[in-house]
Design a protein around this ligand. Structure first.
Ligand SMILES: Nc1nc2c(ncn2[C@@H]2O[C@H](COP(=O)(O)OP(=O)(O)OP(=O)(O)O)[C@@H](O)[C@H]2O)c(=O)[nH]1
Ligand SMILES: [Mg+2]
Length: 283
């Protein structure tokens, strides 16, 4: 069993602070990783958000399999919930897409204020939330057009809630990434660790790499064999093939499996193995 059960105190505090702030919020912007839209969905959010309008942003779409992302978008749209996939890091049109959908989803609120005689209604308020390292702060910076919120490629960068006047019409609350106390299955923890939403120091990188290799061998048969030149091998042999291909050998010539695991996971996360998704809808 992969040891990724973990729920640090700062996440529980963030969850309580978010619950409190929700009262003042017109729209919830839930950021999920386009490569794992189901594993990166925090089940605690459903309880917290209840009937509030929800815009789901599938981030890192530049790294995900485009065909599978289209399937996810269709599966995620319903009633008071809309979904779009964006590359928050470099797509300059992401800002206008997010602002126009946010305006559309808060239009009724805005109209109510006008009907009450308010001549200049306040900016609408959105809460950006989601698991660690999915791009919540990057999204806010993208809308604001400047680096207001701190971002970094590791989980746990944002530590407290912070309102940012992102545009003339939208204030966005940046929140710390939050996980939930117990994953429903081992696969969820593996996918979250593989794509960098769980602190690298608390999981066994070799185990995560082995399970991720198995996942990819099922979803993309032949791909890893082609990249790393392992031939028809199981996940353990594949990790050795990765070590050999990347020149990660110990003094005696033996494969350095730990460094191979870390290298493999970093290559996957950065998109160096291609645009890959780790799960499909209803699978
Ligand atoms: N390629 C790509 N990288 C992205 C995208 N969105 C965010 N990133 C990168 O993902 C990393 C994490 O982004 P953050 O905005 O810090 O993530 P966060 O959700 O605020 O993370 P925490 O505050 O730790 O919960 C950074 O290195 C970003 O540059 C995207 O759409 N595409
Ligand atoms: Mg952040």
């Amino acid at each position: 069993m992969v040891a990724v059960q973990w729920y640090p105190g700062h996440m529980d505090k963030a969850r309580r602070d978010m619950q409190e702030s929700l009262k003042a919020v017109d729209l919830v912007i839930e950021v999920r990783d386009a490569r794992i839209p189901d594993a990166s969905r925090n089940p605690m959010l459903d309880q917290m958000i209840q009937s509030k309008a929800r815009l789901i942003i599938l981030s890192k779409t530049d790294l995900a399999d485009p065909k599978i992302t289209d399937q996810w978008l269709k599966a995620l749209e319903h009633d008071s919930q809309k979904a779009i996939a964006v590359d928050l890091a470099s797509d300059t049109s992401a800002k206008s897409k997010i602002l126009s959908l946010s305006a559309e989803m808060t239009q009724a609120k805005y109209d109510k204020m006008v009907a009450r005689g308010i001549l200049h209604p306040r900016a609408m308020r959105a809460m950006a939330c989601g698991i660690p390292n999915v791009g919540k702060s990057t999204l806010i910076n993208r809308i604001a057009g400047k680096s207001t919120a701190k971002t970094e490629d590791r989980p746990g960068v944002t530590r407290s809630l912070n309102w940012i006047h992102a545009s003339r019409t939208l204030d966005v609350l940046d929140t710390p990434g939050v996980l939930w106390p117990k994953f429903e299955d081992q696969d969820t923890g593996i996918k979250l660790a593989a794509l960098g939403s769980i602190n690298e120091d608390i999981v066994d990188q070799i185990e995560i790499a082995i399970h991720t290799i198995e996942l990819l061998q099922n979803l993309y048969p032949g791909l890893l064999e082609q990249i790393y030149e392992g031939d028809g091998c199981n996940a353990h042999d594949m990790l050795n093939a990765i070590a050999v291909k990347r020149g990660l050998l110990k003094a005696g010539g033996e494969a350095d499996r730990k460094r191979a695991a870390i290298t493999f996971l970093h290559e996957l996360r950065r998109g160096q193995l291609g645009r890959l998704s780790l799960e499909k809808p209803n699978s």
